[in-house]
Ligand binder design. Structure first.
Ligand SMILES: Nc1ncnc2c1ncn2[C@@H]1O[C@H](COP(=O)(O)OP(=O)(O)OP(=O)(O)O)[C@@H](O)[C@H]1O
Length: 291
C-alpha cells in the first residue's frame, strides 16, 4: 500500500477505529476505538484476558484484525494503515516497535551486539546487499560507525555501559528489560509498544524503568503505548489510560479520571454485571464522603 499524507489529526499518532478480533467463536476484541496522542505515554489496562495483548498483536502485525482500522500518522504526516502492512514493514516503514511480555533477547550475544543486530536493516541496505559493500566499499563504513554511536547512546540511556560486553542472558532481570527497550529504540521508532515492561521487577528496577521511559519521551519525543498491570507504574508515568474489559473499552481518560471511574473499580473487583450499579453507588458514596 502506498502511504498517504494528511495534516489531519497531527496530534494523534495512532488511531484505533472499530477494531474487532475474533478467534473462532470468541470475540477477543469487540468494536474498540481509542487514540494514542503524539508524545504521550498511554497505558492500556484491564483485568486478565481483557484483550490487551491481542490489541498489541493487531497493531504490530502479528494478527490481522477481523475488522477495523489502525491508522499510524508519522511526524512527517505520512499515514499507514497498519492492518494492511506485513509485520516487518510495520517496524521498518511505519516505525512502530514493540517489546514482549516474555523477554526475547539474543541471550548468547553481548549487550552491545543485541543493540547492533537491531540495526541490521539499515546496515544491510548500506552494504547494497553485496560482499563488496560489507568489506567497506560504499556507504557501509559510515553507517556501521553511526550504528555504533546509536548503540552507545542507548547503552547510556539504559544504564548498561558497564555491561556492554557481557552476554545479555547474564544480566539481572531488570537490566534485561531495559536492554529490550534500548534495542527497540535502536530501530528509531515513532511509536513504542511495551507489553508489561514492569512485570517481575523489584521496586528499584521498577523505578529505573520509569526513569528510562520518561527519558525516552523527553529526549526523543517517541510516543509510548504500554500494557501494564502494575498500577503504581501506570499512575506514575501515564498521561492517558484506556481500560478494557471483555474486549471492550469501559473507560478512557487521565490516570485520575480512570482511577475514580466506578466501572473500572467494578471490573477490577470482578463483580457481576447486575452488581455494578451497587458498586457504583457505594463508590460514589465513598467519594462524596471524601469530598
Ligand atoms: N491466538 C489465540 N487464539 C485463541 N484465543 C486467543 C488467542 N490469543 C488470545 N486469545 C484469547 O483472547 C482473549 C484475550 O486475550 P489477551 O491475551 O489479549 O488478554 P490480555 O488482556 O492481554 O490478558 P493478560 O493480562 O492475562 O495478558 C483471551 O480469552 C484469550 O484466551
Amino acid at each position: 500500500m502506498s502511504p498517504e499524507t494528511s495534516s489531519m489529526n497531527s496530534d494523534v499518532i495512532l488511531k484505533v477505529e472499530h477494531l474487532s478480533m475474533k478467534f473462532g467463536g470468541l470475540m477477543a476484541i469487540n468494536d474498540l476505538s481509542f487514540d494514542v496522542r503524539r508524545g504521550d505515554i498511554t497505558a492500556l489496562i484491564g483485568p486478565n484476558g481483557a484483550g490487551k495483548t491481542t490489541v498489541f498483536n493487531c497493531i504490530t502485525g502479528f494478527y490481522k484484525p477481523t475488522m477495523g482500522m489502525l491508522t499510524m500518522t508519522q511526524k512527517s504526516g505520512q499515514q499507514y494503515l497498519l492492518e494492511r502492512l506485513p509485520d516487518f514493514e510495520i517496524t521498518k516503514t511505519a516505525k512502530v516497535a514493540r517489546t514482549f511480555q516474555n523477554i526475547r533477547l539474543f541471550s548468547g550475544l553481548t549487550v552491545l551486539e543485541n543493540l547492533l543486530v537491531a540495526q541490521h536493516n539499515k546496515l544491510m541496505k548500506a552494504s547494497g546487499y553485496t560482499v563488496l559493500g560489507l568489506v567497506g566499499i560504499g556507504p557501509y563504513k559510515a553507517e556501521a560507525q553511526n550504528a555504533i554511536e546509536i548503540a552507545r547512546h542507548w547503552l547510556e540511556m539504559a544504564d548498561l555501559v558497564d555491561r556492554a560486553d557481557d552476554p545479555a542472558g547474564d544480566l539481572p532481570y531488570g537490566a534485561q528489560r531495559r536492554l529490550e527497550i534500548a534495542r527497540a529504540m535502536c530501530t528509531g521508532p515513532e511509536l513504542l509498544c511495551l507489553d508489561e515492561p514492569a512485570a517481575g521487577l523489584n521496586p528499584r528496577e521498577s523505578a529505573a524503568l520509569n526513569a528510562l521511559l520518561r527519558n525516552i519521551r523527553k529526549e526523543t519525543g517517541t510516543s509510548l503505548l504500554l500494557i501494564e498491570h502494575d498500577m503504581s507504574v501506570v499512575m506514575e508515568i501515564s498521561d492517558h489510560v484506556v481500560v478494557l474489559e471483555y474486549g471492550q473499552k469501559i473507560s478512557d481518560g487521565t490516570p485520575d479520571e480512570v482511577k475514580n471511574d466506578p466501572k473500572v473499580i467494578a471490573a477490577y473487583l470482578g463483580v457481576e454485571d447486575e452488581e455494578v450499579e451497587e458498586v457504583i453507588s457505594v463508590v460514589e458514596g465513598l467519594q462524596g464522603g471524601a469530598n
